[in-house]
Design a protein around this ligand. Structure first.
Ligand code: GLN
Length: 503
């Protein structure tokens, strides 16, 4: 069993196809792993053993009839608790949605089911995807499998930790400012934020609608490509969905080659504020890419330094509006004020939002409401939108010179649980390198770049490509992965300490 959970998703699919194992066996192995280690990791908010095994039995029946539904039929997956799942709780890591059972599946979830992937459960996250550490979850933090005293990144720390701890071969995350890529970097896994509009947002509980994008969390670049192909593509239920086919992603991995590829190192992402070991691993990876035949140049994106400021006006503005729907009338929690006899709807709303939302959510609602208020709108929200345009233009200029851009994914490795909890600005700085991609809608991947010398913890390399050229992420990501794994003698995760001796 132990060796089943260590295999990649595509290896598992292959083993199932050859009749060497079954989806039921693979799914059960992961459920056993969850039972063994999730008390320590806390990657899951909800585990659906019955539902997953039922889907696994159906997958096995399709396989024996010679009719697999997809390349990953029968391979289990974990889903971030921000995506609506019919008949399974969806809390967004918030008390305000405790007990809410969506009456429908998000498109991403529906596509996973249609492709035959058993859903193991829902993963932990910062409340409403606000955060970089998963500490803002109302249900307690997730722990980094590399060091249980440290954060797994956020907001999708649960998805990345589940994959890093071998509790799931695949997971779905969402990335509004870095919540797939940064957790991938600090857990030594792969995370992809697709092009905005490349994966449907239908049924994804909105944080900031113009930035949110769901994507794969995996242990190999090839697995991410396979999962991306399953969840991606046009959806008429999402008006921002791109109405054209995805590029061939698995093919990009299969034909990965860097000769003649022009790679731009973003000058503004990587200097001051970046941990020495993170920079060292990044520089070495860039050297490898150069040796592999890529043309590497430095590229300047002068407005990226204003990205964080613009993001923390645009995101709270959109969030304050999106979260207005949690009014105690429609979903989840309803709290009656104890000091009023027959409370008005407004009083119930106030009491519910006071009790149901955590501090970070309240902070951002206040910020966003302020930034959108008449009198300040032009000075804050309007200015931020202008900066957003300048950042998009930086990308356009850069992509006129190079095929992809690279940078460290996050400025530091995983910090200790509690270390930045009382310092929102320090927390926000984790996203400095990932946010520009969300503001411009371009795709990005994080692949492990190695362990920082200072603390022996994983760091990530980020690759960014022009909108709809997601295949370039996979081409470059796959080469970086294979060159580095050749140096390490195997995947970086093989160097992680054992969890409870069960691996
Ligand atoms: N950490 C960022 C934030 O707090 C990103 C969140 C995300 O991508 N969902 O907003």
């Amino acid at each position: 069993m132990a060796e089943l959970i260590q295999r990649s998703a595509l290896e598992l699919a292959d083993a199932i196809a050859r009749g060497e194992t079954t989806s039921v066996e693979v799914t059960q192995a992961h459920l056993d792993r969850i039972a063994a280690v999730d008390e320590a990791v806390h990657a899951f908010l909800h585990v659906d053993a019955d539902g997953a095994l039922r889907a696994a039995r159906e997958a096995d029946e399709r396989r024996s009839a010679g009719q697999p539904a997809s390349a990953l039929d029968g391979v289990p997956v974990a889903v971030k608790d921000v995506l609506a799942t019919k008949g399974m709780p969806t809390t967004c890591g918030s008390r305000i949605l405790q007990g809410w059972m969506p009456p429908y599946d998000a498109t991403v979830v529906a596509r996973l089911r249609a492709a035959g992937l058993p859903i193991l459960g829902k993963t932990n996250m910062d409340e409403f995807a606000m955060g970089s550490s998963t500490e803002h979850s109302a249900y307690g933090p997730t722990h980094n499998p590399w060091d249980l005293e440290r954060i797994p990144g956020g907001s999708g720390g649960g998805s990345s930790a589940a994959v890093a701890a071998y509790e799931a071969p695949l997971a779905i995350g969402t990335d509004t400012g870095g919540s797939i890529r940064q957790p991938a970097a600090v857990t030594g896994t792969i995370g992809v934020k697709p092009t905005y509009g490349g994966v449907s947002r239908y049924g994804l509980v909105a944080l900031a609608s113009s930035l949110d994008q769901a994507g794969p969390c995996t242990r190999t670049v090839a697995d991410a490509a396979a999962l991306h192909e399953i969840i991606g593509g046009h959806d008429p239920r999402d008006s921002t969905s791109i109405d054209r086919p995805l590029p061939a992603l698995r093919e990009a991995v299969a034909n990965a080659d860097l000769s003649g590829v022009r790679v731009g190192v973003v000058k503004e992402l990587g200097g001051e504020g970046y941990q020495t070991g993170v920079r060292a691993r990044f520089d070495e990876a860039v050297k490898l890419v150069t040796d592999a035949g890529a043309e590497v140049v430095e590229v300047s994106c002068p407005h990226f330094e204003y990205g964080l400021g613009a993001y923390y006006l645009i995101l709270p503005s959109e969030a304050s509006s999106n979260l207005a729907k949690f009014d105690a009338m429609r979903y989840g929690l309803r709290v009656l004020p104890d000091d009023v006899d027959s409370p008005s709807a407004e009083q119930v709303m106030t009491a519910t939002r006071e009790a149901g939302f955590g501090d970070e959510v309240k902070r951002r609602i206040i910020l966003g409401t302020y930034a959108l208020s008449s009198g300040y709108y032009d000075a804050y929200y309007g200015q931020a939108q202008k900066v957003r345009t300048l950042i998009s233009r930086d990308f356009e200029t850069a992509f006129a010179q190079v095929d992809v851009l690279v940078s460290p994914t996050a400025p530091t490795t995983a910090f200790r649980i509690g270390e930045k909890l009382d310092d929102p600005l320090a927390m926000y700085l984790n996203d400095i390198a990932t946010i520009p991609a969300n503001l411009a809608g371009v795709p990005g991947i994080s692949v492990p770049s190695g362990l920082a010398d200072e603390d022996g913890l994983p760091a990530g390399l980020q690759v960014l490509a022009p909108a709809t050229a997601d295949d370039r992420l996979y081409r470059v990501g796959a080469v970086v992965e294979s060159l580095l794994e050749a140096q390490w003698g195997g995947p970086l995760l093989a160097q992680a300490p054992e969890l409870g001796g069960r691996r």
